[in-house]
Write a protein that binds this ligand. Structure first.
Ligand code: GLU
Length: 481
């Protein structure tokens, strides 16, 4: 049996990082097994419909490099991949469930349901539909049910959950799960407006689309007993289930929108590489190796194993994300980075040759975690400083240093100004003058960049060039007079 998996988002606005992980694990699993990965849009809840949300989801997934073999765009052999275009099918199977006595009509009003919930809460019972007392086809009887249906009374179709016994299923991540049937609610399958709920549409499509493995977040685990009852009632083979661990904030609370950014597009906008996002998100709940953190998509595909996914929640650690982005920033080809940097430089109003931009990126990527931090961090690579960090200056500058700096500048001006030469000249002169080479370097940094932190000073000067560097030193000395 060849593997078929699906990512089945509800388009409610944006791609959550947890959604990216689910999509990615489905993709890795499919590619690892040479199977198919399907994108299905679950938009049955029309009250939650957000204009443009599907396009937005697809564009974030495409950016990350998660590809689908069948999707609303590509199509496939299984009809529409958008649930709102498949409503007839769900109605058909709701009828079949009625025929098999696995589902039933219920006619309760919202007020009646509220009253039932209140009664149960007061009695200290977890609220669930009580079909032995509520207004449904069992309590009303056949004649009254027929009459109500004939007059098209408001009604829903509910799942008939066994009143006793257990619901049992296997989960690849969690092992066998057993739930007492009395804890499973008589879920509404078809709403009063004839629209299916997620549960009905989801299992109908997973079956009709020949899905072999359902890989999804842990928040769907409580729905699974209802799903397996539906598969069994329809006489369908159950898919295999794998529920992925929750994503947590560092304080172990559930990762939510309120606590910071959870939309993939926000991370993209902030300047994280897609390779970083994929690598980082892949390791939320699984790690192919104990002694490595950096993996390419192909490496992730090669080593992906659902059995190795953890049960425990995975902490979303921004510091690790930043570290990882820095790793990619330092290992990516410079010309690729330069291409990406050019519009950022332009936006900041910096002009220079492409070679110069390339040198700047090569130098400053050692000191930042994202490419887009370079313009602010390294403004001095494009404009001469006119202000010098006071605190830093107070530490190293005395008027007595004016002459030695001038002398050093003179010697540097006479050199070829390569980084190694700058280093050697400064060292020699330090020895000769009895002034520590570190003091010289700090003052050169202050004069040339105006700042206390930056990349290697000798390389900064080499890239800026002899004339520019010497001019800056002269300006600094003049400003101290
Ligand atoms: N539509 C559900 C969601 O938004 C899909 C859950 C599942 O994969 O079954 O996540």
């Amino acid at each position: 049996m060849s593997v078929r998996v699906r990512f089945a988002p509800s388009p409610t606005g944006y791609l959550h990082v947890g959604g990216l992980r689910t999509a990615l694990y489905n993709y890795l699993f499919a590619r690892h097994h040479g199977g198919k990965c399907i994108l299905r849009i679950e938009d049955t809840d029309r009250t939650r419909f957000v204009e443009g949300a599907t396009e937005n989801l697809i564009s974030s997934l495409r950016w990350a490099g998660v590809e689908f073999d069948e999707s609303p765009e590509k199509g496939g052999d299984y009809g529409s991949y958008i649930q709102s275009e498949r409503f007839e099918l769900y109605r058909k199977y709701a009828q079949e469930l009625l025929d098999r006595d696995a589902a039933y009509y219920a006619f309760d009003t919202a007020e009646e349901l509220d009253a039932m919930r209140e009664r149960m809460q007061n009695a200290g019972i977890a609220p669930r539909y009580d079909r032995t007392v509520m207004r449904n086809q069992y309590t009303l009887g056949e004649v009254e049910t027929k009459r109500l249906l004939a007059e098209d009374a408001q009604r829903v179709i509910r799942l008939k959950v066994p009143l006793a016994g257990e619901v049992r299923f296997d989960d690849i991540v969690r092992g066998t799960i057993t739930v007492p049937a009395r804890d499973v609610d008589d879920q509404i399958l078809l709403k009063s407006d004839n629209f299916p709920t997620y549960h009905l549409a989801n299992i109908v499509d997973d079956h009709l689309m020949a899905i072999t493995h359902v890989i999804r977040g842990e928040e769907w685990l409580p729905s699974t007993p209802k799903h397996v009852l539906l598969y069994d009632a329809l006489g369908w083979e159950r898919p295999k289930f794998a529920h992925l661990p929750l994503l947590l904030n560092p304080d172990k609370s559930k990762l939510s929108k309120r606590q910071g950014d959870v939309a993939v597009e926000d991370y993209r906008e902030k300047g994280y590489f897609k390779e970083t996002m994929v690598n980082f998100v892949a390791l939320l709940g699984w790690n192919p190796s104990a002694d490595r953190e950096i993996f390419s998509m192909q490496e992730l595909i090669d080593s992906f194993k659902l059995e190795k996914v953890n049960k425990a929640g995975a902490v979303f650690d921004i510091q690790k994300l930043d570290w990882m982005n820095g790793e990619y920033l330092r290992s990516k080809p410079l010309d690729e980075l330069t291409e990406q940097f050019l519009p950022m430089a332009q936006h900041a109003g910096f002009t220079a040759s492409k070679e110069y931009m390339c040198d700047v990126v090569g130098l400053l990527r050692e000191r930042v975690t994202k490419l887009n931090e370079i313009p602010a961090f390294g403004t001095y690579m494009f404009t001469a400083p006119t202000e010098f960090e006071e605190e830093y200056k107070a530490k190293f500058w005395t008027p007595a240093m004016a002459e030695p700096i001038q002398e050093l500048a003179k010697r540097l001006e006479a050199s070829d100004f390569a980084a190694d030469t700058i280093n050697a000249v400064a060292k020699d002169y330090a020895k000769e003058s009895g002034i520590k080479v570190g003091v010289f370097m700090n003052l050169l940094r202050l004069a040339v960049t105006g700042k206390s932190v930056g990349a290697s000073m000798i390389h900064t000067m080499e890239i800026l060039g002899k004339q520019e560097s010497i001019n800056r030193i002269a300006y600094f000395l003049k400003a101290q007079e």
